[in-house]
Design a binder for this molecule. Structure first.
Ligand code: NAI
Ligand code: 3PY
Length: 386
């Protein structure tokens, strides 16, 4: 018998039962659900990652929708449990949904939501922060100060890399990859090389215009290039940031072979998903190339790190915090709640998941639509005309 899971309840007499597997930032998401006659149950279990069994217990025998987290394994077992309980809506509180078996959700007719757009700039800012921290050895220098080792300025002390005029490489130039590229090009006047399955036209236009602006002001213009292969980026870039989705095509995209093609003093940043890098190969590469540096927000066996990684001075590691700004996390909670609410209420699907601002405006009611449902087409859900 599964143990009962502790919960906090809002609006106990609400008509629709909506579960959130975690407490989420802000209260707007709760208010929006309560105003629309939902009983909101928030799991308060003191356990960071809930098991499938815990979530089956939470769902129980009547549940209209669930807001879940990227740490949970949403597959056949959970979608069948949700469907048995009468539920037709699930939303990840994340843009990435590699933890969700969308085919299983389709089989049970469950809509799967995600939270694009609201975390684009926040995530790109962390990737940019890790890039600068790695280039200028900020974490090593901070540890040195705290250890009381600083006894005066020295010409060789913590010498790092100048970013200006170097090349930034972006793999996966979608929403976040493009925002990161703009920050590095505009902020540090780096040249851009990117690889994506699709052309990043707006990004190219931006770099062209910025280059022309610099030239008109007597400065060296920045340049861009769309690489024909990922290898081209690996060979040419000084800083490489990974921003693709995680799927079969991107699993271990960076491995022993690809690492060997990168410059010996390159910087590699990963704010996408851990398994995009073969972390065992990365640890070996970092050991053999002390001038090669990485900034990692995500890990292959999250929350664990591969043996040896934590001991390496040329690695900066942070605990999956790329989207962790207050505005973004509250926005993610709002979008996830509105995905579930919209499906329960029978609303259509918002036509452009890249333009979710109307849902985030606190001074106006949100549109009567689900902000982003990834399997809308497969389920034949109607698109909003708003
Ligand atoms: N560390 C964190 O806290 C966060 C991580 N993420 C991760 O970042 C990912 C990207 O998010 P967005 O930019 O919003 O998604 P997006 O869908 O706008 O961009 C992903 C890009 O990857 C490209 N891509 C797909 N397969 C590829 C391949 N084999 N090679 C090269 N490019 C490929 C796509 O064409 C697309 O342009 C999410 O799926 C998620 O896993 C997102 C937010 C926060
Ligand atoms: O949204 C995502 O995909 C994350 O990883 C956390 O914001």
């Amino acid at each position: 018998m599964a143990k009962p899971v502790s919960i906090e309840v809002w609006n106990p007499n609400g008509k629709y039962r909506v579960i959130s597997t975690k407490s989420m930032p802000g209260t707007r998401w709760i208010n929006l659900l309560v105003e629309q006659d939902c009983r909101v149950e928030i799991c308060t279990q003191k356990k960071t990652i809930l098991s499938v069994e815990d979530i089956v217990t939470l769902i129980g025998d009547r549940c209209d929708g669930v807001i879940g987290q990227l740490t949970e394994d949403w597959g056949e077992t959970l979608f069948s449990a949700l469907s048995r309980a009468g539920g037709k809506a699930f939303s990840n509180m994340a843009v990435g949904y590699n933890n969700v078996d969308v085919n299983a959700a389709n089989k049970y007719g469950v809509a799967v939501g995600n939270t694009p757009g609201v975390l684009t700039e926040t995530t790109a800012e962390l990737a940019a922060s890790l890039s600068v921290a790695a280039a200028r050895r900020i974490v090593e220098a901070d540890e040195f100060m705290r250890a009381g080792l600083y006894d005066g300025w020295l010409p060789h002390l913590f010498v790092g890399n100048l970013l200006k005029g170097q090349t930034v490489g972006v793999i996966g130039a979608g929403r976040i990859g493009s925002a990161y590229a703009r920050m590095m090009v505009e902020g540090f006047k780096m040249n851009l090389i990117y690889y994506d399955l699709y052309q990043a036209t707006r990004l190219e236009k931006f770099v062209t215009a910025y280059g022309a602006f610099l030239k008109a002001n007597g400065e060296k213009p920045v340049t861009w290039k769309r690489a024909a292969s990922m290898d081209e980026v690996l060979r040419e870039a000084d800083v490489i940031s990974l921003h693709p989705i995680l799927d079969k095509t991107t699993y271990h995209l960076v491995n022993k072979e690809s690492l060997s093609r990168m410059k010996k003093e390159a910087i590699l940043i990963n704010c996408s998903r851990g398994p995009v890098i073969d972390e065992v190969a990365l640890v070996e590469h970092l050991k053999e190339n002390p001038m090669f540096r990485v900034g990692l927000d995500v890990f292959e066996d999250e929350p664990f790190m591969k043996p040896g990684l934590a001991d390496l001075k040329n690695a900066i590691v942070v605990p999956h915090i790329a989207s962790a700004s207050k505005w973004t996390r509250e926005g993610m909670a709002t979008l996830a709640a509105l995905n579930v609410l919209g499906k329960i209420k029978g609303y259509p699907i918002w036509s452009d998941p890249n333009r979710v601002e109307p849902f985030l405006n606190e001074n106006a009611p949100p549109p009567a639509a689900c902000p982003s449902i990834v399997n809308a087409k497969a389920l034949g859900l109607p698109v909003s005309k708003l």
